[in-house]
Design a protein around this ligand. Structure first.
Ligand code: OGA
Ligand code: MN
Length: 296
């Protein structure tokens, strides 16, 4: 079922929480909330800030896995993460928690994505019903690097040349499942030599956000993507052009992590990426994700 459209005249903004916009094309800090004892008014304020700014940060509030899970459940039903690179949940007691980490202990990776760059992507769009929100919490951080950037795909959609927009209207893209955004082949998947045969969901190039009613460009990730119905070389050239547009610096905002920070973002209207960092340093993040709806 579709969520009701949220009407949000500025007078209806929460008076409980303080929302400090980043001043960039997306992103805001939410102050005045207690993530462990979140009242209904605080939650409403956070969710409205996510609708308005697509991604928000709550700074310096360490939370444990049960608290992270409880926070995620305020937004909806949790979705178990995609297949980890070790082929099973990283935390047996909390299979809904995805660990993002470069740490390796006894030869066993403690999390996904390593220490390299994670390329621009939206989370789990290779599923027919992708996730709506992702909530990422910092437990250990390297001294430099590993920052996370977001690009506003409402703006990317609104600023596409009219001819490109109408040429793409009604077209579908294959969202490859075989590789994660860190370039790691997921457990149980084979290398893809022809994007037209990539495993993964097919979604419309544009989607309308069920709560805000705004239209966003919805590309997923570049690797092994394919625009259905086009000759492969045309699809490749157009996808390169679309990604250059989707990640234009004027649509973006970056977060420099501090311990205890929590980012909450909406995967229906953003793409994100992560900087690499020194592989000899430790970075440990825990994430939960919320079930969304079929893009349309
Ligand atoms: C994610 C992700 C980026 C990061 O959790 O979906 O892409 O900063 N992580 O680790
Ligand atoms: Mn991600």
């Amino acid at each position: 079922m579709q969520a009701a459209r949220v009407s949000a005249p500025s007078g209806a903004r929460s008076t409980v929480v303080e929302v400090v916009p980043s001043g960039k094309a997306c992103g805001a800090e939410v102050r005045g909330v207690d993530l462990v004892n979140l009242t209904a008014a605080m939650f409403d304020g956070i969710r409205q800030a996510v609708y308005d700014h697509q991604v928000v940060v709550v700074r310096g509030q360490p939370i444990d896995d049960p608290q992270l899970i409880a926070l995620g459940k305020r937004f909806g039903e949790l979705e178990p993460p995609g297949m980890s690179i070790i082929g099973k949940p990283y935390i047996d007691a909390y299979p809904d928690v995805l660990v993002i980490s470069n740490i390796i202990e006894d030869g066993q990776p403690k999390g996904n994505l390593g220490a390299g760059e994670a390329i621009w992507h939206t989370d789990m769009s290779y599923r027919d019903v992708p996730v709506s929100y992702a909530i990422l919490h910092a437990l250990e951080l390297p001294p430099v690097g590993g920052n996370t950037y977001f690009s506003n795909q409402y703006l990317a959609c609104d600023t596409l040349p009219a001819a490109t927009r109408s040429a793409l209207d009604g077209k579908m893209i294959i969202h490859d499942e075989s590789y994660n955004s860190g370039g790691q082949l997921r457990k149980g998947f084979k290398e893809v030599s022809d994007p037209r045969e990539a495993p993964g969901a097919r979604h419309p190039v544009f989607r309308v956000h069920p709560a805000t009613g705004r239209k966003a460009l919805y590309l997923g990730r570049r690797r092994n993507a394919y625009i259905l119905g086009l000759p492969l070389d045309e699809s490749e050239a157009l996808l390169d052009e679309l990604w250059a547009h989707a990640s234009r610096p004027e649509f973006t905002w970056g977060h420099e992590w501090k311990l205890g920070d929590t980012l909450i973002w909406d995967n229906r209207c953003l793409v994100h990426r992560r900087d690499p960092f020194d592989a000899s340093q430790r970075r440990m993040m825990h994430r939960v994700q919320v079930r969304g709806e079929r893009p349309q």
